[in-house]
Design a protein around this ligand. Sequence first.
Ligand SMILES: C[S@@+](CC[C@H](N)C(=O)[O-])C[C@H]1O[C@@H](n2cnc3c(N)ncnc32)[C@H](O)[C@@H]1O
Length: 152
Amino acid sequence: MIPPGDLSSPIGFVLGVDLLHIFPLEGATFLCPVDVTDPRTSQRILELLPGGRADVILSDMAPNATGVRDLDHDRLISLCLSLLGMTPDILHPGGTFLCKTWAGSQSRQLQRRLTEEFQRVRLIKPEASRKESSEVYFLATQYRGKKGAVKQ
Ligand SMILES: C[S@@+](CC[C@H](N)C(=O)[O-])C[C@H]1O[C@@H](n2cnc3c(N)ncnc32)[C@H](O)[C@@H]1O
């Protein structure tokens, strides 16, 4: 329980990662420009995370769209899979993973991979997402962890 006097104090730690420069924002730490597909990135993230692990990985990463639907879809799935590949290093067992995708033929493959790693996986279309957009989000919860352990 949080004592009332502490409600205005910062709770948690937010680390933003992007290929592009991010303008400073009070209360958040940024690692940029950084490519999540670079194998050195998880180590750089780890060095900044207090306690060495994140509770939530949240991604609305997207490549620059070419307009070729299948190609854009494949490139975004590939980004999501790169991020998922980092979870053993940076996500707490029991943690949550949210990623944006554009619906397409590889979505099932990503869903399968998420289901191997998380106890619960849901496909979400937020109200704020335009109906005509193929954008959908996978919300995966209760990360099994490296050895299948789930934090209680
Ligand atoms: C839809 S934008 C979201 C930006 C941000 N969330 C915002 O609201 O301003 C997608 C972002 O994914 C980033 N991105 C694309 N590929 C990336 C990669 N390989 N590593 C890190 N970030 C990447 C882009 O630079 C871009 O800023």
